[in-house]
Structure formats: C-alpha cells, structure tokens
Design a protein around this ligand. Sequence first.
Ligand code: ATP
Ligand code: MG
Length: 407
Amino acid sequence: MANNTPKAIRGTQDIFGPDAEAFSHVVETFERVRKLYRFRRAEMPVFEKTEVFARAIGETTDVVSKEMYSFEDRGGESLTLRPEFTAGIARAYLTNGWQQHAPLKLATHGPLFRYERPQKGRYRQFHQIDAEIIGAGEPQADVELLAMADQLLRELGISGVTLQLNTLGDGETRGAWRAALIEYFSKVRGDLSEDSQERLEKNPLRILDSKDRRDKAFLADAPRIDEFLSDEAGIFFEDVKSGLKAAGVEFKRAESLVRGLDYYRHTAFEFIPDEGSAAADALGAQSTVLGGGRYDGLMESLGGPATPAVGWAAGIERLAMLVGEREADRPDIVVVVENDAMLGEATKALSKLRAEGFSADMIATGSERKRFTKAQKMDARSIVSFVSSESVKIQGERQSEIESVLA
Ligand code: ATP
Ligand code: MG
C-alpha cells in the first residue's frame, strides 16, 4: 500500500468474506421474522437536527453528552449523525402524521454513529436492527415485541442468551424511586466513583448500572423499585410477565436493570449472554445483544401528543459474532465455456437459468483446457459445460429440470 493511501476512520469497519455473510444472514433473518410479525418497513435519514436527539434522548445521557457526531452544515445548522433509531422514528411519526396508522408496528435497520472508545464489539459506526410499536399502550404490545425478539434469536441459532426484564414503573413510581435512591446514595456520596457522584444529581438510576467496584458495594442494599410501584404500574408489569409466559418467552427478573436513556417507562429489558456461556466468551465485555423498553414520554419531549410506544434495537455486529463466520451459499450451477465459440450459447443459457431462479456463475476465461477443473473447484451442485454445439453436458443434481430450462 502506498504511504499516501488514506486510512479508514478509527472505529469503522470494512466487512467482507465470512463476516459479511454472517452480517447479511442477520439482516435477512430479521427481514423474514419482522414480516411474520407484520412489522412494516420504514427508512429514515441518517442525520437529523441535533435537537431531535438532545430533546428525545436527554442532555444528561452519555449518548448526548459524550457520544454524538454533531457538526454544523454549510447553512450553519447543527446536525447530528443518528446515534440511535428511536428519536428519528418519533420525529418522522410526528412530522408525517403517521398517527393515522396507529398502532404502528415499524422495523428498520442501518448504520448508527457514536463517538466511543473502539474495542471488540464496539465501533464508532455500527449497525442495528430495530423494531418499534407506536401508539400502543397495552402490555400486549410489549409481549408482541419481545416474542419477536425471542423468535429472531432462536431462528439465528443463538443460545445462552437470556431476556432480563424489569419495570421502571410509571412517572409517579419513577419519581418516588428516584428520590429514595438520591437519599440513599447521598449518605455514601464520598465513597462512590466520580462518575456516580455526578450521576447522583443528574441521573441517579444510572448508578445501579455502574460497573465500578466502588459503586457495586452499595447496590445490594439500594432501595428497590418494587417498594415504590404504583398499583397501576404493578398490574402492567404482571400483565407483561403473564403474556410472556403465554407466548412461551423465557425471562429473568432483573431488579437493577435500568436503561441508559431518560425516556423509558414501565418495561425495560436486555438480552444478555449467560455467565460462562459460549455467547459470553464470543462477546467479551460488550455484553448486551439487544435492548429496549417502553418510552411513553418521548413523543411529548418532541412537542407531540402523549403517545405510548415500545421498542428495541440490537447490534448487527454483535449478533453476527454470535452467529459465527458463515460461508456464502453453494452455487446451484456453474456454466463452463470449454470452447470460446460457444460463449454466446453459454451466455444465453446462463440468463435462462438465473431467470428460473438457479444461482449460477460462469467460467469463460483462461486456458480452455483448464476451465472444467476450475469449475469443479467451485463446489456447485451442478455443472453445465459447453464443449460444442453438439455437446452440452449436464452433471450433478436436478439434471432433467436444467435440461428443460435449456431446451
Ligand atoms: P452498551 O451498554 O453496550 O454501550 P447501549 O445501552 O449503549 O449498549 P443501546 O443504545 O441500547 O446500547 O443500543 C442497542 C444495541 O446496539 C446494544 O445492545 C448493542 O448490541 C448495540 N451497540 C450499541 N453501541 C454499540 C457500538 N458502539 N458498537 C457496536 N454495537 C453497539
Ligand atoms: Mg453505550
């Protein structure tokens, strides 16, 4: 490589070969499963006005305060490359009047950008699949969304990953719990990590999420959400749990699971590898595969009407790591031109075969004598070789089918 060839940006990836096959397998499986659950596809822009994320996600979150790729465009407007899907989807829902379709089940996938410290399973441009149910306030929506996630992981053959489920209660619950956490952690303030001392004022729930040993010492005795659940929030959570049981979705209660973003209410969840599982080994420290929850307050933060909604997102790269490297599918057919005079005939045949749905490649370059051996190495299910106008040979599977396509 010449010294003046530009390098890729730190934290970005060029994906090719078995990793690219695994990536595309995740996306294709997602597309298939979202259709089974009747989620509609939507595409949103990769960038939005910065305020979309600042208002929807919340200024005190890590994503907004530290991780956004924001810049001024030539018109002097502050724009941000999307760090997540939900805020942009909510903006689109409001600006396009998608209320008319409520309850609206939406699915999308694509690239996201966060200024993070790159490491295994953590990039600055990464990709997610995403599913949302907007305009549905019933626990049944949470169940539907989680059943879809669960089926997706099963269809991808991913095991050793468990759904960790919690409730953050309604506004009333969350407020009371928050006050109790502030009171509890204030007493030991000096012994907390610097980050958590800061969180204490801005976002005390996040302390429960801390990986720092200094904070962990105080987590076991911290006030529990269950002590503060309003009757309504308690019933909602019971309905979600019984719905999941009915749908055959296994889960574990995770009392200290809080999600990083401010907008969550009621249900919060993450699919996390079980300790000691192959999935945990594959992912290393970046353990959350899929996460989400209910965000009933988000639309209002963007100036819209109160709109209940629930959603999740999963990192495609992390799912692909769990799927493992994949080979491209074997071709159905390789067409070999063993005689250059037959190139036209062979090209015609190749078009017909592909039009009938056979995946097919052609070998027509290099020494004529060596082409058949080359074709054999391609591991196709069948070989069609063009030797002369009198001699077209079909070998391998589905011979009579191929013959009738070519006739
Ligand atoms: P983490 O705790 O790993 O930082 P998060 O809570 O920030 O994750 P979400 O915002 O909930 O993640 O995004 C959902 C999913 O997107 C994560 O579970 C993960 O699979 C994936 N993800 C998030 N950030 C990255 C990243 N920088 N690189 C690759 N995948 C990511
Ligand atoms: Mg993060």
